[in-house]
Design a protein around this ligand. Structure first.
Ligand code: SF4
Length: 363
């Protein structure tokens, strides 16, 4: 396997898909004996993988079994859910406690981990020590839309390797540059993308889309560029992909990439919509440095209000959200503690989407 290659397996049965992929790639044979191997799924929220939000556990289980059969014993699964959710609950709900029970591989909740200050490309950041302690990282993201960065896949998945206060700070820096810089600090050895069920609307799932594929590659920039293309974007449309390429993390040159489909057949559903619809409520939102959990909740709330047909706030002016409103006061409507200086504010950090719906109905 070389960095310029991307492998794709189609289907809807993760066990057999992983068997085909791992039989072809054989990552166990490429990893030095005695290495500490970290597997980083995406368990951003405590929802099962069929919600479109989180990594299918059968993919990770197959990976652990493959590594074990290749003689690797020092394997950990590490993750930190987003701000406002509980990683331990996500491990349970998403089926990872069961993997740990069966295989003996420990689960590390990075929310409880210590961290160390690191610097890359002029950006200082705190990175969880357990992530820094990994010799070979296998990044197992989900192919999804994201309300602020348009999409999330391999590069952004590493945001789960920093403490919550640092996640909040990343949002104040508009996400793109720190995400790219974080990938200079934590090197990904292999990416295996769960593209079986994703969500082309929200990062937190809830509008699942069957995409029936697993994608793998060594270069997280190239894998993300390919994933972006599946969602109708060019690599330049996703700022952090272009920045990561500039910073030397990898190449976004899809024209020179070798895309190898291991089992292309005529009977798997491979259709994808042109683009996700994260922009559809943009005119109703005045966003400034909002955390994903807050922003995603507001998009859900607006979608529900739009579906309900009831008279609502939609169409009567923008709703403020984000850390950029912390010191602002005066007229207006906002959601989240950061907008507490505005005349009408829904408290919470983050407030639930359900609370947002009720709040916005009354405004
Ligand atoms: S209230 Fe502010 S800090 Fe809390 S989640 Fe929302 S944007 Fe982030």
């Amino acid at each position: 396997m070389t960095p310029g290659k991307i492998f794709v397996v189609y289907g809807d049965e993760p066990g057999s898909m992983m068997s085909l992929l791992l039989g072809h790639l054989d990552p166990a044979s490429r990893i030095s004996r005695g290495s500490r191997i970290g597997i980083k799924p995406n368990l951003v929220v405590a929802k099962p993988s069929n919600s479109g939000a989180t990594t299918e556990p059968a993919i990770v289980e197959a990976l652990v079994e493959h590594l074990r059969s290749g003689g690797h014993e020092n394997i950990v699964i590490l993750e930190s859910a987003w701000v406002g959710d509980n990683t331990r609950k996500a491990f349970e709900v998403c089926g990872y406690n069961e993997i740990s029970r069966k295989t003996g591989v420990p689960l590390i909740d990075l929310k409880s981990d210590s961290s160390t200050r690191r610097r890359a490309k002029g950006i200082d950041m705190e990175v969880c020590d357990a992530a820094l302690d990994i010799d070979f990282l296998i990044n197992v993201p989900v192919l999804k839309a994201h309300c602020q960065t348009r999409m999330t896949c391999a590069l952004k998945n590493l945001k789960g390797c920093i403490p919550d206060h640092e996640k909040r700070r990343f949002h104040t820096l508009r996400l793109h540059k720190p995400i790219a810089a974080l990938n200079c600090i934590i090197e990904t050895g292999l990416v295996i993308v769960d593209g079986i069920i994703g969500d082309l609307t929200y990062e937190e799932g809830g509008t699942p889309v069957c995409m029936n594929r697993i994608i793998a590659g060594e270069d997280p920039v190239l894998v993300d560029a390919y994933a972006a293309s599946l969602m109708g974007y060019s690599p330049q449309d996703i700022e952090y992909i272009a920045l990561a390429e500039e910073m030397g993390v990898g190449s976004a040159d899809l024209d020179s990439a070798d895309i190898i489909e291991l089992n292309r057949t005529g009977d798997v559903h491979v259709g994808l919509p042109e683009k996700g619809n994260t922009d559809s409520f943009a005119e109703h939102i005045d966003e400034d440095q909002a955390c994903s959990a807050c922003y995603g909740g507001l998009l859900h709330a607006l979608q529900r209000l739009s579906d309900s047909g009831e008279p609502t706030r939609i169409g009567s002016g923008a709703i403020s959200i984000g850390q950029g409103f912390k010191k602002r006061s005066g007229a207006g409507i906002g959601v989240g503690d950061c907008t507490s200086g505005l005349e009408h504010c829904l408290a919470g950090c983050p407030p639930t989407a359900r609370d947002m719906v009720e709040f916005l109905k009354k405004k």
